[in-house]
Ligand binder design. Sequence first.
Ligand SMILES: Cc1cc2nc3c(=O)[nH]c(=O)nc-3n(C[C@H](O)[C@H](O)[C@H](O)COP(=O)(O)OP(=O)(O)OC[C@H]3O[C@@H](n4cnc5c(N)ncnc54)[C@H](O)[C@@H]3O)c2cc1C
Length: 384
Amino acid sequence: MTELEVDLAIVGAGIVGAACAYRAVEEGLRVGVVEAGEPAAGTTSAGMGHIVALDGSPEELVLTRYSQRCWAELGPRLPPGAGFRSSGTLWVARSGAELATAEAKAERFHRAGIPAEILDSEELVLMEPMLREGLAGALLVPEDLLVDPAAATRHLLEVVREKGGRVWTGTRVRAIRPGGIEAGEELQLRARGVVNAAGVRAPELSPGLPIVPRKGHLVRLAGGRGRVRHQIVELGYGAGIRSPDPVSIALNLHPRADGSVLVGASREWAGDDPRVDPAVVERLLGRVREYAPALADWPVTGARTGFRPATPDHLPWIGPMPGAPGLFVAAGHEGLGVTEALGTAHLVVDAFLGRVPAIPIEPYLPRPERAVAPPPGPEGTPAR
Ligand SMILES: Cc1cc2nc3c(=O)[nH]c(=O)nc-3n(C[C@H](O)[C@H](O)[C@H](O)COP(=O)(O)OP(=O)(O)OC[C@H]3O[C@@H](n4cnc5c(N)ncnc54)[C@H](O)[C@@H]3O)c2cc1C
């Protein structure tokens, strides 16, 4: 039996757990991270890596923007392999009505101090020649960023190790107890604080957390470097997040550093079966044909799925768990966990240290009333 004492024990080495550990060692805390598989083995390696200001609600906009600024500060210190770059997002409008939606979005962004600019049809095609002619225009948000989430996770954990933190992989946490965790066959970590950052599996260790899997498919196209320059998203994307439909699809093109393009994204209330569904892949490719027919000839080199950790109000749970002294939650980021990881880490470590955070933590705090309206399950039933 190995028994060790740390200040903060972190369950899960996805992007959120890794960011919390990184932030904690930056503050000089003794940290232990315990991961059941490999770093980034969960949803993090299935995601895209778009670091995006999103305005589904005022609280979402505050957290995504705050966290994005944290990424912008960290970015220059990331190794080239982390794929960090500034791409900007193009929110593409098909019609005049969608362009009006883009204008309203631009106003909200301007009020939040986020640069955003409306492009007309010609300006859009000049900026992204792979898009078809005849689209109505777009909203350009130039400060959105890209990263390779798995590579960034591994880098953050390397820094944690360099600064004296411990990382156990292949070690499943069996239980979170007052004052620490029990993991694997023979690891006990005593800790002043424990962070449950186990993503979609967080409820297994903290029953009552209303986090459910929301499946997503991504398709990879072989392409050519520089041929898609921005993250390109259709304006219906935000509506899909809040849709109760069993499967909703919104085009989201993510240019990778190697020249390939990830095509997303589906959002599915479909349980936890990881198999690729050819019908969903076909719907994604149909969206490519609709917006960017020039890409439709690019070879499909793969398709994969992942499970977003979704909550009823589409906001993550961040901060101390009521009735469980020393237990903190950092989970439930749905489709924004990469974007929100660094901001989450600041909020968690500030809460642990009893400091006033840079943004109010209240909207994200674990509270029983946030658990009352679970998202619908596969057949319209609550899926927990
Ligand atoms: C198709 C798709 C596209 C996406 N695109 C984006 C995007 O462009 N931008 C964005 O911001 N977000 C995106 N996301 C969302 C993002 O990927 C997730 O929100 C994020 O990865 C969640 O990170 P996490 O660390 O909370 O969870 P995870 O990455 O799942 O990490 C949790 C870790 O905990 C470990 N674990 C679980 N149980 C235990 C246990 N008992 N003991 C020890 N370890 C345990 C798991 O093995 C796992 O490694 C996307 C998601 C999907 C599916």
